[in-house]
Design a binder for this molecule. Structure first.
Ligand code: AMP
Ligand code: MN
Ligand code: MN
Ligand code: MN
Length: 281
């Protein structure tokens, strides 16, 4: 049997809905053997996840999903096997958290102008005192009946040219990879098919990513179609990138995505875990 890897997941420490401990327990229950916790722009769930993983017999990979602005667009880079105590990484992530805080207040002001009261406060309530995300605004807007589900809220309010949209001003590729590598990690471009880049632009992104020392592409993702997966497998081979596999699980509210429930990596790819120690905890 193959080891079951899920290298992209979220807890309540960012925009997921399970605590790190609940997430790890669920992963172990559904048969995941190696799981990376990759919350957006924070490492604050790693300690708790690690403790539960030890008890559950699951191998926990400390990770993070870093928000990057590239070519005026938001791109996500997953860092795997990072040292969660690394000062350069922690300081970098703090700057992203500071931007998130400012952006949240700004989204609140924009939505108020559009006639929606209390969005900032409502989003803070959903964020429960940890990092704040557009997802928390989405939960609030669904709660007050402004849209049917998260997807509909994003479409109506939170994306470009909509009333609650505030442009991302994250870090750049070079800095993001600098932080991940300073912390001893590997960098992986998350859900590459989600950005709707042309083949040319995607290759440009990968070219710059590789110049910065980037190592991997998330070929298998919960947000990829089968066709996306085959396309990205071709690009990973062509560009000689390691291949990763992750569900991008955010919680049981979304029945379409489950921990570890993903296709195997397509043939002819080098897995990002190839050189990982086999039995290390
Ligand atoms: P943020 O990093 O705060 O800008 O929020 C981005 C997060 O919002 C992503 O990580 C997804 O979890 C979520 N998201 C983005 N687009 C959508 C969508 N169309 N439907 C549901 N969730 C989305
Ligand atoms: Mn998310
Ligand atoms: Mn993402
Ligand atoms: Mn994610």
């Amino acid at each position: 049997m193959h080891t079951s890897y899920d290298l992209h997941t979220h807890s309540r420490q960012s925009d997921g809905t399970l605590t790190p401990s609940e997430l790890v327990t669920r992963a172990a229950d559904v048969g995941v053997e190696v799981m990376a916790l990759t919350d957006h722009d924070t490492l604050s769930g790693i300690d708790e996840a690690r403790q539960t993983a030890e008890r559950a017999g699951l191998r926990l990979i400390p990770g993070v999903e870093v928000s990057v602005t590239w070519n005026r667009q938001t791109i996500h880079v997953v860092g795997l096997n990072v040292d969660p105590a690394n000062p350069a990484l922690l300081a970098g992530l703090q700057s992203l958290q500071d931007f998130r805080q400012w952006r949240a207040e700004e989204i609140g002001r924009q939505l108020r102008k559009a006639g929606i009261e209390g969005a900032y406060e409502g989003a803070c309530r959903h964020a429960q005192g940890v990092l704040i995300s557009r997802t928390h605004f989405a939960h609030y807007l669904v709660e007050i009946g402004r849209a049917r589900d998260l997807r509909a809220v994003f479409k109506k309010f939170l994306v470009r040219n909509k009333p609650g949209h505030v442009s991302g001003r994250w870090t750049d590729l070079e800095q993001a990879l600098g932080w991940i590598h300073a912390a001893g990690g590997q960098a992986v471009i998350a859900h590459p098919a989600r950005y709707r880049l042309t083949g040319r632009k995607l290759r440009q992104l990968i070219g710059e990513f590789k110049e910065c020392g980037g190592e991997g592409l998330e070929v298998v993702s919960g947000s990829h179609s089968q066709q996306d997966m085959y396309n990205m497998a071709g690009i990973a081979r062509e560009c000689e990138l390691l291949a990763s596999r992750g569900s991008d699980y955010h919680g049981p509210e979304n029945p379409w995505i489950e921990l570890g429930r993903l296709p195997e990596l397509p043939q002819g790819l080098v897995p990002v875990w190839r050189d990982w120690p086999r039995h290390a905890a």
